[in-house]
Design a binder for this molecule. Structure first.
Ligand code: BEZ
Ligand code: FE
Length: 296
């Protein structure tokens, strides 16, 4: 006869036995991580009453994530992204600090060693898209301009593709530049447009099975570094984009939504560049966290 009290005791005894199996772990942090993982995992299994068939499907799903992962494709990070785990880790590790600019997900398309462009230069490298003038300042949380701050930027083209997704090895829509002696920077890019995360693998199947869209809200990625400050990884989003509330990796933060003001064809540009057609401009003032205590 099934006795629910005895059944619960059996389940709880197993949880405790597994947690205790890590008691001799010499690294206290690893012991804490494993005990927490076991408790939450078992609580999940017990709460949803996981069936053996569902357990098998989960193992198969993770196996397929492993098989599609290589040095260019990281399905486990994508899984973490669409489950909000990446963004939660960032949220836990970047608590509000003065008026420091908020962080968001790195994504899989950052590449070290992008081309350097001068201030006012063009990072588009021929990527198709409407020209976009980006300007702003880099200061620390004490308000000091960060002369020479390294600003790395990357984005998808107007077809929603990053250069690493092209069929050839062209570099486009990425670059780096340095803030001037007053912490100011500016460059030409392309106006961001929405695009899907890679969805031809198991994570894409999960999104489809759960009725979720793979689309990300339009954005432009930044990584900003300066000696003595915590490195910032973030993006800016386009005010008015209808995907802001449904970004599939939960990366949007209100403070990062900026007005990309569309300029009619023929409007003169900040640096006198002749643009054929419309263009946009956006201002993004970046504030880095100062202080060694919180350096990444
Ligand atoms: C991206 O913004 O590039 C991105 C972020 C997370 C997952 C996939 C793509
Ligand atoms: Fe992106």
């Amino acid at each position: 006869m099934n006795n629910p009290i005895e059944q619960r005791a059996r389940e709880e005894e197993l949880v405790e036995r597994v947690v205790r199996s890590f008691d001799a772990c010499p690294d206290p942090r690893l012991r804490q991580l494993m005990a927490g993982l076991v408790r939450h995992l078992h609580a999940y299994i017990r709460e949803v009453g996981l069936t053996e068939q569902e357990w098998g499907q989960a193992i198969d799903f993770l196996t397929r994530c492993g098989h599609i992962t290589d040095e260019k494709r990281q399905e486990f990070i994508l899984l973490s992204d669409v489950l909000g785990a990446s963004m939660q880790t960032i949220t836990v590790n970047h608590q509000a600090y003065g008026d420091a600019t908020e962080a968001t997900v790195l994504g899989p398309f950052f590449v070290e060693g992008s081309p350097e462009v001068p201030l006012g230069g063009d990072i588009s490298g021929g990527a198709p898209g409407e020209p976009c003038w980006v300007e702003g300042t880099v200061t620390d949380t004490g308000g000091k301009p960060l002369a020479g701050a390294l600003i790395e930027v990357w984005e998808a083209d107007e077809d929603g593709r990053y250069d690493v997704q092209y069929d050839d090895d062209r570099t486009a829509a990425r670059g780096h530049l340095y803030a001037d002696d007053q912490g100011r920077y500016s460059f030409w890019a392309v106006t961001p447009t929405p695009y899907p995360v890679p969805h031809d693998g198991p994570v894409g199947q999960l999104l489809a099975a759960t009725g979720r869209s793979p689309m990300r809200a339009s954005h432009l990625h930044f990584m900003v570094s300066h000696r003595g400050c915590r490195r910032l990884i973030t993006h800016i989003f386009v005010r008015g984009d209808e995907l802001l509330d449904s970004d599939t990796v939960f990366g949007v933060r209100e403070s990062l939504v900026k007005g990309f003001e569309r300029q009619p064809a023929g409007t003169s540009t900040p640096d006198g560049r002749v643009v054929d057609g419309t263009w946009s401009k956006v201002q993004f003032d970046i504030v880095l966290e100062t202080g060694s205590k919180r350096l990444a």
